[in-house]
Ligand binder design. Structure first.
Ligand SMILES: Cc1cc2nc3c(=O)[nH]c(=O)nc-3n(C[C@H](O)[C@H](O)[C@H](O)COP(=O)(O)O)c2cc1C
Length: 445
């Protein structure tokens, strides 16, 4: 029996960077219309996907030219709602689809996040995944009282402590502590409710969590760190990992690095999947998919591309000299303490020491911002061929996060109506939900 892959669908960017304005996208509705999200949750569940996902970033990009104006004008990285109440509403009309939600361990407090996710896990009946991020953007940091972004490895030290505290809180009340005995009037057994008494470098939390344990006890924990320190943090606490797709050879290396880190933590690598972030464009036939891929390149102007990429790398790309090497820019990004991994992924196909002109580099940025270069565009058969290879080679654990769909909800429909049936025919995707919660669904193979 072939092993089955798991699929998340990223709805974070459907209304951003010009995607909303492509004909056939967000028709009859404007962001943040809850009706649109309800419709997409129902579609994702019809297609038996594992979960829909909401990433986050809370600052409006302002690295480009030191101003937010171009980002505001072109909907670059904003507007974004806190999606937790949206998830509660979507869960009312669905039964199985999971919901991935993102909060930053660099800016938030673990008691607040643990309590919020516990409640969401109740409301959704065990369908919550938590994507914990270290945050790499100055505009986000500035909203939480940081003049400077915390140093990269300290952000991950804090993340590990943050997750240790969350897990201690989620387990501080035993599952059978609440008895609600009407005869005696006793609500709960004090012997089953435990303090946390955490005093660490970043947090001081007494506990217990003042909540009823939720259906999954802990939400499914996901993390996407790609640097050695980020991968080590993942190994410490994740259930599953998100990772970029910079090409099969690098993905096999990433899988190996994660496996080594998991073994060092005494964990079983066969239980931890990687969901590869992929931008897919599925159409009934290959020609139409490729036509649409080209159409994408003209949806936003250069100033929006600059605002997007400058924010991603925490580096103002408006001041680039006429020519330079990738190595020089990357060194500057490292010196400024942003996350260099994304930049390296974006430029991994370029020779780091070869001189590149500003115009050539902008061409790269345009293709990158619109996911043009990495986009897998084709018929369901072609896309399924790609997915099978990327799933099988690193060891058939996890699956994919389908990211940045250009048209919504049209591209989700194409995934569930063309791609999912093709994967099912190959025995690579479920034909019914079998788990009683998201963790179990993500564990079926
Ligand atoms: C599927 C996926 C989802 C991500 N979601 C977010 C997000 O919502 N917000 C964010 O700031 N970063 C997000 N990231 C970026 C990662 O959290 C991380 O910063 C990046 O992979 C670089 O890793 P590093 O910090 O170890 O260098 C995401 C990455 C991937 C692959």
């Amino acid at each position: 029996m072939p092993k089955k892959m798991h699929i998340g669908y990223d709805l974070s960017w459907t209304h951003l960077e010009g995607r909303w304005s492509i004909p056939g996208s967000w028709s009859h509705k404007v962001f943040p219309d809850i009706g649109m999200y309800k419709e997409m949750a129902l579609l994702a569940e019809r297609g038996l996907l594992d979960f829909i996902f909401f990433g986050d970033g809370s600052g409006i990009p302002s690295t480009w030219k030191g101003t937010r104006d171009d980002a505001v004008k072109w909907a670059v990285g904003w507007p974004r709602q806190d999606m937790s109440p949206y998830i509660a509403i979507m869960s009312e009309i669905t039964k199985h689809i999971g919901f991935g939600l993102t909060y930053s361990s660099t800016f938030m407090h673990p008691f607040y996040v643990a309590r919020l996710l516990n409640s969401l896990d109740h409301v959704t009946n065990g369908r919550i995944a938590f994507n914990v991020i270290a945050s790499s953007r100055q505009a986000d940091a500035a909203n939480y009282g940081f003049d400077e972004l915390m140093e990269h490895s300290r952000r991950y030290d804090r993340m590990e402590e943050f997750m240790d505290v969350c897990k201690a809180l989620w387990n501080s009340v035993e599952p059978d502590a609440l008895i609600w005995d009407r005869d005696t009037g006793i609500a709960a057994d004090p012997a089953k409710v435990h303090a946390v008494d955490h005093k660490g470098e970043y947090f001081s939390v007494a506990g217990p969590l003042s909540c009823v344990p939720s259906p999954q006890i802990e939400p499914v924990i996901v993390q996407a760190g790609a640097s050695p320190r980020g991968i080590r943090a993942s190994a410490h606490f994740v259930d599953h990992v998100f990772a970029a797709s910079p090409g099969l050879a690098k993905q096999i290396q990433h899988r190996k690095a994660l496996d080594d880190a998991l073994l060092a933590e005494g964990r079983d690598p066969s239980k931890v999947g990687i969901l590869w972030d992929v931008v897919l464009l599925v159409e009934e036939n290959s020609t139409e998919a490729k036509r649409r891929k080209e159409q994408l390149l003209s949806v936003i102007p250069e100033e929006a591309i600059g605002a997007f990429t400058s924010h991603q790398y925490g580096y103002d790309l408006s001041n680039l000299p006429d020519s330079f090497t990738i190595h020089e820019i990357n060194q500057d990004i490292i010196d400024r303490n942003a996350s260099p991994v994304g930049f390296m992924n974006m430029t991994s196909h370029l020779d780091p020491d070869k001189t590149i002109t500003r115009a050539e580099f902008y061409d790269e940025l345009r293709q990158h911002s619109l996911s043009h270069k990495d986009m897998i565009a084709g018929s369901a058969q072609e896309v399924a061929d790609y997915m099978e290879e990327v799933f099988v080679e690193p060891g058939e654990r996890g699956g994919f996060m389908i990211a940045h769909p250009p048209k919504s909800p049209r591209d989700l429909l194409n995934v569930i109506d063309y791609l999912v049936p093709e994967l099912q025919r190959r025995g690579r995707f479920r034909t019914a939900y079998t788990g009683k919660n998201l963790r179990e669904n993500l564990g079926d193979d």
